[in-house]
Write a protein that binds this ligand. Structure first.
Ligand code: GDP
Length: 493
């Protein structure tokens, strides 16, 4: 990066901070996690609760957010959406997502989970509250939703095309990946990088490379993600020439002419870094103050020890982006000054509450390495098990031999198959989800009886209640208020 762009970058950050100063207390909250971790559902639930929390008429019985102090102490006076501040970023489609959860047009029978995150989006929320001394204040919160896959691109900024090609080819030779990489490897092994560039060859190589990355993710490594992150989560760049490149088998020490295939691929790799990776980190990531990382640990547990190991690696890779004070100058330039990170295991409503602490312990175990690094640089970190939307209720069900089992009851999604019974999206089912191990280390043991029983059944969202005036009330949740307190509580006193 040139001195000029460094200075320009610094100036922008200062301008931003001044802007914040002028417009009052302000917090940028990043919401991330791998695809399907629960980002869209979390943000929708957060906004629904916080825009309704100050109105007791929008409650059913007791306070739904008892751990969120500003609310529990009756000091939250107003929560409202404000115009989205960044013109170049799509607005988080809150109203559509909430309508999906409730059932479009008030038709509860049509309720469904909203469309998942595929690219960055933002929304601004303003909370008005009373300080304990009675003074009135406001906090503006910019919620930034972005795919966790994109964070994996940060290390690319320190790498040239030759190094990235070498590392990616090496990784593809690993035993489990090799069969998935076969077609792509056969193609790139057979092409001469010195040959004159050809769009058709580049497109074919990129298509096979993308198919390999997707297969790694989908087939064995349910949670594995290799950069470039946009190849898996292209956002609005799907099909764009910016993603038309692939690693090549290059000879050490050879410099390839610019009109060669290698020259062209290198230019595209550099363009990807300059025009896609850097702007995301510079314009969005570096400005975050707080971060929640959502993790679908239950799906990984359901898929078995290899998937859990994969999830651990993916989390560790993602967290490299948050590690402060290490790496070289360039990557440090793009690291935000985040003072709090919350890791949240989502979809805890699939478990009986007696297992929630165990789920939390498992996530703590999976993130232990990354957490110790971040804590060493003064970032405060917490781990919770939560469900932004609780789709189940609990019950005791008699098992074999008359013993009582702790079950969860919900409406399985249409087509879910439970012990051979196919569900129609209307009938309820009582599920005994199985126990999670009391010792988190056991999750890596294949066949460990303690968790191999664990069964993941996908449920429909619950039917929302209305107050007497017909306003739809926020959906039930599990420990969402703990997340709010950790992420926002200290800024609301
Ligand atoms: P994203 O890709 O991170 O935006 O993930 P989503 O928020 O779209 O969630 C993916 C899927 O996970 C949803 O379609 C739901 O099936 C499920 N899900 C997410 N959050 C919850 C939750 O709190 N409870 C339950 N039961 N399911 C959830």
């Amino acid at each position: 990066m040139s001195l000029f762009s460094d200075l320009f970058f610094e100036a922008r950050i200062i301008a931003q901070s001044l802007g914040d100063y002028v417009s009052g207390p302000h917090l940028r909250l990043g919401v991330t996690g791998l695809s399907r971790a629960g980002k869209t559902v979390f943000i929708t639930a957060l906004i629904d609760h916080l825009t309704k929390a100050a109105r007791p008429s929008l409650r059913r019985g007791k306070n739904p957010l008892p751990v969120f102090r500003v609310q529990a102490e009756g000091r939250l006076t107003r929560g409202q959406l404000e115009p989205q501040p960044d013109d170049a970023v799509p607005r988080f489609s809150y109203e559509n997502h909430l309508a999906a959860l409730h059932g479009p047009g008030g038709d509860t029978d049509a309720r469904h989970w909203p469309e998942s995150t595929t690219q960055i989006s933002e929304l601004r929320l303003k909370l008005e509250f009373e300080r304990p001394n009675g003074q009135t204040k406001a906090l503006t919160i910019d919620i930034v939703d972005y795919p966790g896959e994109w964070l994996l691109d940060l290390p690319l900024l320190d790498k040239g095309f030759a190094q990235w090609s070498r590392e990616t080819l090496e990784a593809s030779s690993a035993k489990a990946r090799a069969p998935l990489a076969e077609e792509w490897r056969r193609f790139v092994d057979a092409i001469d990088p010195k040959m004159d560039m050809g769009e058709e060859t580049a497109r074919r190589a990129a298509a096979l490379f993308t198919a390999y990355l997707r297969a790694c993710r989908a087939e064995i490594y349910a949670f594995s993600v290799l950069p470039p992150g946009r190849f898996l989560m292209p956002g609005d760049l799907a099909g764009s020439p910016a993603l038309t490149f692939s690693p090549l088998v290059l000879e050490e020490g050879v410099s390839y002419p610019s009109h060669s295939l290698a020259g062209m691929m290198e230019r595209r790799f550099e363009a990807y870094k300059t025009h896609i990776v850097k702007p995301f980190f510079r314009d969005h990531f570096v400005r975050l103050d707080r971060q929640i990382v959502l993790v679908d640990a239950l799906s990984a547990l359901n898929a078995g020890p290899a998937a859990v190991r994969d999830l651990e690696n993916a989390l560790s890779d993602i967290l490299v982006a948050f590690r402060v004070g290490q790496g070289n100058l360039l990557t440090n330039l793009f690291r935000p000054k985040i003072d709090k990170i919350l890791f949240a295991a989502t979809k805890a409503d699939h478990l009986h509450h007696t297992s929630h602490d165990r789920l939390e312990a498992i996530l703590r175990f999976l993130t232990a390495r990354a957490i110790s690094r971040a804590e060493a640089v003064g970032t405060s970190i917490d781990v919770i098990a939560m469900a932004a939307v609780r789709a189940t209720r609990e019950a005791m069900v008699s098992g074999e031999g008359g013993s009582d089992l702790e079950a969860v009851i919900g409406v399985p999604l249409t087509g879910e198959n439970i012990d051979g019974e196919i569900f129609d999206g209307h009938a309820e089912a009582a599920i005994f989800p199985g126990d999670l191990p009391s010792d988190p280390k056991l999750i890596f043991q294949a066949g460990a009886q303690t968790y191999s029983d664990y069964r993941f059944v996908r449920f429909r969202p619950p039917i929302a209640h209305r107050n007497p005036e017909g306003v739809v009330l926020p959906l039930p949740h599990i420990r969402l208020d703990r997340a709010f307190e950790f992420l926002l509580g200290d800024r609301l006193i």
